[in-house]
Design a protein around this ligand. Structure first.
Ligand SMILES: [Zn+2]
Ligand SMILES: [Zn+2]
Length: 352
């Protein structure tokens, strides 16, 4: 094993069961021959962590959550190549089994691995001073701040979205929602075929951020409640031929149902939000059939960390200000509260 001097114990935020967490002192994770041990500098927090808090999304306890881990290489096993201790790195939290039906089929279907292991969900993740990952799921970066680098994981999901959407050059795009992943997807779309992109979202912090990032060509502020319908009808009337690509990134089934009315003939409707399990939509099959509309889902990612790093670390897309609040491990309760009342855009846990 190659390492700098390591302590024997570390501080970690551990859940013994759903909703029961404490800061614990525990032994450093074991390093296998092909593993990299990361001294964590920052770990992003997202809506998934709220579900994990409640024991949903396949969480397995006891658990150290945290699935957007950024830090420096503290140690690595004998079969790991290409790293030096002190390298700044980000970890992909997903591990594939390599042997199930989808892993064997390949062609990107590995995303649906039947024995998928998610660090920070099923095994310990980055809300700890140290975290361990297989070397092939650890990637170097240079320029981003530690807090901004926590956005590489969600940016990788957005990069996967670009592969799924496969935008043609000169596409007109309408994107519902201005959340962190939506803002990164918008910028990636503008660099990969979109000649005109409209963001439609409620006014407020996120919309202001969208403007400051120059994420779109046009911004449509949707009022809350029923007034939004009138605004959507106006938008539809002003754009009778619709958009080549319409992305629903708010997680609202109601908006998704409406979104298809904005898709041009031969265009794409992209289902990109996280919806309630019991949500259903009703669409006209004849509209999909006669207008040859593609309805497509984009969910996660498997091999897009290199792309995300090139775009973010290379300053091709701007993420400054998306992470707008950082917390210490001891402030987890405050952080949970901020997530629940949506007073932060994107938070990160940071370490000294
Ligand atoms: Zn997440
Ligand atoms: Zn598999």
């Amino acid at each position: 094993m190659n390492s700098f001097e390591l302590p024997r114990f570390m501080r970690a935020l551990e859940y013994s069961e759903a909703q029961k967490f404490s800061i614990v002192k525990k032994a450093l994770p074991q390093i296998r021959d092909h593993d990299v041990l990361i001294k964590v500098k920052a770990c992003g927090v997202c809506g998934t962590d709220l579900h994990i808090h409640d024991g949903e999304f396949g969480a397995q306890f006891p658990l150290v959550p945290g699935h957007e881990t950024v830090g420096i290489v503290a140690a690595f096993g004998n079969k790991v190549h290409g790293f030096t201790t002190g390298d700044r790195v980000v970890a992909d939290n997903s591990e594939l089994c390599g042997t199930c039906h989808y892993c064997r089929v390949g062609n990107g279907k590995e995303l649906f691995c039947e024995n998928f292991i998610a660090h920070g969900v099923m095994v310990d993740g980055g809300f700890a001073e140290y975290a361990v990952y297989p070397g092939h799921r650890v990637f170097k970066f240079n320029n981003l701040s530690d807090a901004d680098a926590t956005l590489i994981e969600p940016a990788a999901c957005a990069a996967h979205g670009i592969d799924i959407i496969a935008p043609h050059m000169n596409s007109r795009v309408l994107l519902f929602g201005a959340g962190p992943t939506g803002l990164m997807l918008a910028q990636l779309l503008r660099q990969n075929g979109a000649s005109h992109l409209v963001i439609a979202a409620p006014g407020g912090l996120k919309m202001e951020l969208a403007k400051s990032l120059n994420a779109a060509d046009e911004y449509v502020e949707l009022p809350r409640g029923d007034a939004a319908i009138a605004m959507l009808e106006k938008l539809e009337a002003e754009n009778p031929y619709g958009y080549d690509i319409v992305v629903e990134a708010t997680g609202s089934a109601r908006i998704l149902e409406n979104a298809i009315n904005f898709v041009t003939k031969g265009g794409e409707l992209v289902v990109y939000g996280v919806y309630n399990d019991d949500a259903h939509i009703s669409l006209s099959p004849n509209k999909i059939f006669k207008e040859e509309i593609k309805v497509i889902g984009s969910f996660s990612q498997i091999y897009k960390f290199p792309a995300a790093i090139n775009y973010l670390d290379g300053k091709k897309i701007n993420v400054h200000g998306i992470v707008n609040k950082t917390y210490k491990l001891e402030q987890w309760e405050d952080c949970l509260q901020a997530l629940r009342n949506k007073s932060v855009i994107k938070a990160a846990i940071v370490f000294d």
